[in-house]
Design a protein around this ligand. Structure first.
Ligand SMILES: *[C@@H]1O[C@H](CO)[C@@H](O)[C@H](O)[C@H]1NC(C)=O
Length: 316
């Protein structure tokens, strides 16, 4: 969604935010657009942590670590404007509470991203204007607490089977072969960054990514970088970061890993009801010719996840 304004933040591979927008429209026929689900991440942020020898401390960032920056606010605002234009034939021109539902994870930067996005998407117009000098209006952002429902936050590390597959991936010959050409480089980075080589080479702990991400954020914001950080070093760190994502979601037993990440509330919440039909049936919304908004086809005992938030809206 809105790729052009998010190229910077899309590089930030891990952090916690996903926001969801649910656009609804009541009735229609034929191939008319009836429902849109938008998933986007937060905008540009400060580093989430630093590495031992980092030249910059947390206090040098206006709001500390892991926070949405002014660049991030601007990106989200522009993304909101883009969505407004892109869906101009679908959304009302004014804010209508029955039409949209916005979800965010429980993180400052993601909540703020959703808010900045909505400032661009629904600036008040006409009768909505309450202060002519401030063309902004409050729009609710619903927070999804991660302990209740981690579905917007991946990967899920408290699934024992997933952790086992992760460990298997790291020791797999396929991954070790990929890692081979980087062994010397990792040693060099360990020397410069202050992490010991074993810590750095263990892909499950995100330390290598911390080095890459922190340097990337610092370079975006024109902070002085240490001399050892050359273009080539950054390129290699980027490659290793991509590889660490492959470890989480790809390579060894990719499909099973994906499945374990796919229905978190059932796996993690002991109180959740178990479906009596296969998930494919309850989740088959793409092929349905029925308007699934007003009449959701949910045949299992599984409840629509979002339905309790607002009457009349069901999301299988
Ligand atoms: C960093 O410096 C460049 C070049 O001077 C400038 O265009 C850019 O706006 C600066 N970025 C920030 C975040 O200040």
């Amino acid at each position: 969604m809105g790729g052009t304004s998010l190229t910077t933040s899309s590089k930030k591979l891990y952090s916690s935010l996903l926001s969801l927008l649910f656009f609804l429209l009541q009735s229609a026929s034929g191939r008319e657009l009836k429902f849109a689900l938008l998933v986007y991440r937060h905008g540009d942020r400060s580093p989430v942590d630093n590495y031992p020898t980092d030249l910059h401390s947390e206090s040098e960032w206006p709001q500390g670590f892991g926070q949405l920056t002014k660049i991030g606010i601007q990106q989200q605002y522009e993304l909101g404007q883009y969505i407004k234009k892109r869906y101009s034939n679908f959304l009302s021109s004014t804010y209508k509470r029955e039409e949209v539902l916005i979800h965010s994870t429980e993180t400052d930067r993601t909540i703020m991203s959703a808010q900045a996005n909505l400032a661009g998407l629904f600036p008040p117009s006409g009768d909505e204007i309450w202060n002519p000098e401030l063309l902004w209006q409050p729009i609710p952002v619903h927070i999804v607490p991660k302990e209740h429902n981690p579905k917007l936050r991946y990967p899920i590390f408290h699934c024992p089977r997933y952790l086992k597959l992760l460990k298997e991936t790291i020791v797999s010959s396929e991954f070790q072969l990929m890692l081979q050409p980087y062994q010397e480089f990792i040693k060099t980075i360990s020397l410069h960054s202050g992490y010991n080589p074993e810590t750095l080479a263990y892909f499950g702990n995100f330390k290598l990514w911390h080095v890459q991400d922190t340097l990337l954020c610092e370079s975006i914001h024109n902070y002085t970088l240490p001399e050892w950080v050359t273009k080539d070093v950054m390129a290699k760190l980027d490659e290793l970061t991509v590889m660490s994502v492959s470890v989480l979601f790809g390579l060894h037993k990719r499909e099973e890993k994906a499945q374990l990440q796919g229905d978190s509330d059932l796996d993690m919440n002991p109180d959740a009801e178990r479906p009596t039909v296969p998930m494919e049936e309850t989740l088959d919304i793409s092929t349905s010719s029925e308007p699934y908004i007003s009449k959701p086809k949910i045949t299992g005992t599984r409840k629509p996840v979002i339905a309790n938030l607002r009457p009349g809206i069901a999301f299988p």
